[in-house]
Each structure stands twice: as C-alpha cells, then as structure tokens.
Ligand binder design. Structure first.
Ligand code: BG6
Length: 507
C-alpha cells in the first residue's frame, strides 16, 4: 500500500552504521518506506561507526546488501541513487562529545532548510555497553530536549538481567521521557504477529471460546535451523533465554493471552500486555526442574551437510554450558487462563525453521457418536503459523463421506500467500521504523514490560547459572531438541505439535 500519511522531515542517526543490522535490515526497510512514499521527501540518514570507510565505498556496500536482502530484490539504479544521496557515513568516536556537536550543527542546518518540526531519531545498533554513554552524550548536546520529536531506538539486549535492565531504564529515563524511548522487539513488527491482535479482537467468532472453559493448552514453538552463525561471543553471554525467550516468546504469550484493549492506543495495549506478565506464575527456584528444560546442540547432519556442535563453534568455550534450547511451562493465574498450561520452546539447530502457535481445545463435553465413529477423532485445534509459512489453520471434525458415521478431522486454511502478493508484505523493520517516525510506540516495549519479563525468567536463569548442566550437549543438530522437552509436555498427556502447512494434512 502506498502512503496516505504525511510524516515529518526526518534525520535518522544510526549508531553502529557500518554493522550488519544497518545493511541487512535498516537500510532495506528505509528504502522500501521511501519507495512506498512513507518518508517525507526531506530526510537524511547519518550512519556512524568506527571503521574508516569512504562515503562511496559505504554506499556501494549498502547497495550490494540491499540487492541481496530487500524483499523487493535488486534496486533500480535511478531509484536507489535518488534515495542514497540522502545517506552519509561519518567515522566517529561516538563516546566523545565532538560527534554530537557535529550532529547538532547538521540537524540545525537541516531544520533551518525545511523550516518546520523535524523528527530526530537516534538508532542504537551498537553493543549494549554503549547504550548509556550515547544516550548521555545525546542529552548533554541538548538533542533529547524536543520531547515530541527526539526519539531513541534501542536494539536488544535490554539489560542482561533484572538489575541491569532497571539500571539502564533509570539512566535512560533521566535523559529521555518514556514516550521518547522505542525499545525494539522485532517480532512485534512481523505481519503475522500483529495479525494475532486482528484475529483475536476484530472477530466475534473466536473470543467467546478464548479462555479456560474451552482451551485445553497452548503451545508456542520458535525453532530455527541456523546455529549461532558468527555470533559466538554474544551468544556465550546470552544463551537462548536472553536471546529469544525473555523477549520474543514472552511477547507472543502476551498477545495470545491479553485482555481486549479498549483502544489501540500505545499505553492501553501495553497495559493489557503487561497485565499478562504480572499474572504469569513465578516459577520458584526449587521448581525450575519441573517447569523448564534446557538443551545444547551437538554436531549433526542437516540437509546432507555435517554441522558443528555448539562447543565447536567460533568464540565458544569448549566446555561451555550455555543453553541453545529451552522449553518452559507457564501458568497464567487470572480468570481467563487459570489452569491452562502454556508450553513454549525455542532452539537453534532444530530440524526446521518454524514459528507457530497452537491452541488446542478441550474435548466436547459429551460424545454422542458411537465408539466406531471416533477412531480418527481429534480435539479442535487452531494453528497460527507465523513464519516461514504465514497463515491460520482451524481444524475441526467432519463426517467422512460414506454410508456409516465416521468422524475425521479437516482443516480450514487462510494462507497469506494465496490472499496477498508476498512482496507486498512489509518486513518487521519497515513497520517498526515507520512507527518510530510517526511516534507510535504501541509495538515497542515499555520500561515496565521489559522489567516484568526479566523478573519472570530470573529464577530460571539464576538456577541454571548456579547449576551448570552436566549432560550437555543433549540434542543433535537437526533434531527437535532434547528428550527432556518431550517429557515436559508428555507428563501432562500432550505432545509438541508441528503440522506442515499444506491443505488437509493429517498426522
Ligand atoms: C534475534 C536473535 O533477536 O532473533 C537471533 O538474536 C535469532 O538469535 C533471531 O536468530 C530470529 O529472528 P527471525 O526474525 O529470523 O525469526
């Protein structure tokens, strides 16, 4: 869709401008916003980093990455050149005030030229140890003072535990107002993730059954085929809990479990989400082994290729006990969800890349059909496929054609790619960057949300860190994770469900 909204002239400063995120995600996202006329014709992108690169080489590198990573594929020469003339690269030590004096001047010249309110967006695509310093420098230079138009975007990880997240919040909030802070969780920008809200709150059909009276349990799987790639240094400090569970998976739980918001106002939606985090039952340290399972991959074969085990990866300690897989069972102690287990799992080097939410309904209260009709009977199931397949499947029982009454599960399927052209689907970063430009924080993490999420997972983190696993590695690359994860769900009489996304697939 082309823009109907007018955005202000904008200056975006990307700290960590020569890094991977800028090339793979941020510039392609801004370019697509530009092509779809969401960006004001007056915009400027200042990328800063420590590497010495000429503007020319820098822009060439951006173009090569864009051709590879943009959803639209290769850029057209004239369109790219018109866009790229607004980008510059500044080699700078962004811990020093000099760079901020330069920024101040640049922004002032730009503002004088356009002669109206200018969005000043500071994007922190740098390692977290620089967050506070950059924010302080921005504040000292007076660049945070425009409460309405100065915005700070922060990539994860937001803290490494509850204490550090609180400290970081405190320090950022001494410079910026909460309304100026955009803590990114890129999962919230995904179309299919936003669609959870539309699916739940724009339809009268599902909401009446969306509770403990009808739902037996909920499963969320975010599995990745990739290993840790070249991020060993980061991953050793982070592991699966900090990398995926504290943010992406808990956000999915919030969207599935939240109460209907009164309006789509940023604070209203975020209030409803944080209510879920507060209602999730805290797992006591002595119960962690009953509720959470960890794993680490060993070498294995994936698609005919031998892949390394975690401890053989670059920058990983040979005796590392960092988990690359976790499965956790949560309960949400409120009226809607009392007694309904939520099982979540995520891991690297899993058999397939798939993000999927399965809602399994309770059996009918009374079976009217004779036993011989029920051989293939299954509970109703709703499956939200987030990626790579995008769609929703509702499984229900139907009569199998024939002379006798025999029940058989069948599917109703909504497939994005059948309904919408796939290149028209914006990437998560497009949605999120446009929201920052428009000043809409609905899809971003508020300070209290981040802290509530840390609070929840701290008992698991601290128990695991105090008691390193003695059986790692415990799953083979290319499998579905450790056996313990199967046992976690099997002891409640369930199993992990991953249904391929084709029509009327039956297990
Ligand atoms: C990132 C994690 O936040 O999300 C990565 O740091 C992970 O480890 C990635 O691979 C997954 O994102 P997506 O969009 O590919 O599902």
């Amino acid at each position: 869709m082309d823009a109907t909204v007018k955005t202000n002239p904008t200056v975006i400063t990307i700290f960590g401008g020569s890094g991977d995120l800028t090339k793979r995600k941020l510039i392609p996202a801004l370019y697509n916003l530009y092509l779809d006329h969401w960006l004001n014709k007056d915009f400027r992108i200042i990328c800063t980093g420590r590497s010495a690169i000429s503007d020319e080489v820098f822009i060439k590198g951006l173009k090569e990455a864009l051709d590879q990573f943009s959803r639209r594929g290769k850029a057209k020469k004239n369109e790219w050149e018109a866009f790229a003339k607004n980008i510059e690269y500044q080699r700078a030590d962004f811990t020093q005030p000099a760079f901020y004096n330069f920024l101040n001047k640049e922004i002032k010249t730009f503002t004088d030229r356009v002669d109206c309110a200018v969005n000043k967006i500071f994007y922190l695509a740098v390692p977290p140890q620089f967050f506070e310093t950059i924010a302080s420098r921005i504040g000292e230079a007076g660049l945070a003072a425009d409460r309405q138009h100065s915005r700070l975007v922060i990539e994860k990880p937001f803290g490494v535990d509850l204490e550090s997240a609180k400290k970081l919040n405190k320090s950022l909030l001494s410079i910026f107002d909460e309304t100026q802070l955009y803590r990114i969780d890129h999962y919230l920008g995904k179309e299919t993730v936003q669609n959870i809200l539309a699916f739940r709150f724009a339809n009268a059909l599902f909401e009446p059954t969306w509770n403990r009276n009808y739902i037996d349990h909920i499963q969320i799987t975010v599995a990745e085929k990739i290993g840790i790639e070249d991020r060993g240094g980061y991953y050793e400090q982070s592991g699966i809990i900090r990398d995926m569970i504290q943010n992406h998976l808990l956000q999915l739980v919030c969207l599935i479990a939240m109460e209907p918001p009164v309006s789509f106002n940023a604070n209203e939606v975020r209030n409803k989400k944080v209510d879920v985090l507060h209602a999730i039952r805290k797992i006591k340290r002595e119960e962690v082994h009953d509720f959470a399972v960890r794993g680490q991959y060993s070498e294995g074969w994936m698609e005919g290729e031998k892949v390394k085990g975690y401890t053989e990866e670059k920058d990983v300690a040979p005796n590392s006990t960092t988990p690359t897989f976790a499965a956790i069972k949560f309960y949400i102690d409120n009226w809607r969800w009392s007694g309904v287990p939520f099982y979540i799992r995520s891991g690297k080097r899993m058999q397939q890349s798939i993000s999927v939410i399965t809602i399994e309904f309770k059996p009918v209260p009374h079976q009217s059909f004779p036993a011989e009709a029920l051989d293939n009977w299954q509970p109703n199931r709703m499956v939200l496929n987030l990626q790579p397949d995008m769609g929703i499947r509702v499984r229900f029982q139907a009569k199998k054609p024939g002379l006798q009454m025999e029940l058989n599960p069948v599917d109703m399927l909504f497939n994005y790619n059948d309904t919408y052209a796939s290149t028209g689907t914006p990437e998560g970063y497009e949605t999120l960057l446009l929201d920052v430009i428009e000043g809409d924080a609905t899809l971003f993490m508020r300070a209290d949300q981040v802290e509530a999420a840390w609070e929840l997972i701290m008992p698991i983190l601290s128990t695991w860190e105090a008691n390193p696993s003695v059986n790692f590695p415990n799953y083979t690359a290319g499998s579905y994770g450790p056996e313990g994860a199967e046992a976690l769900i099997a002891k409640d009489g369930h199993n992990w469900i991953v249904m391929p996304f084709e029509k009327n697939h039956h297990e």
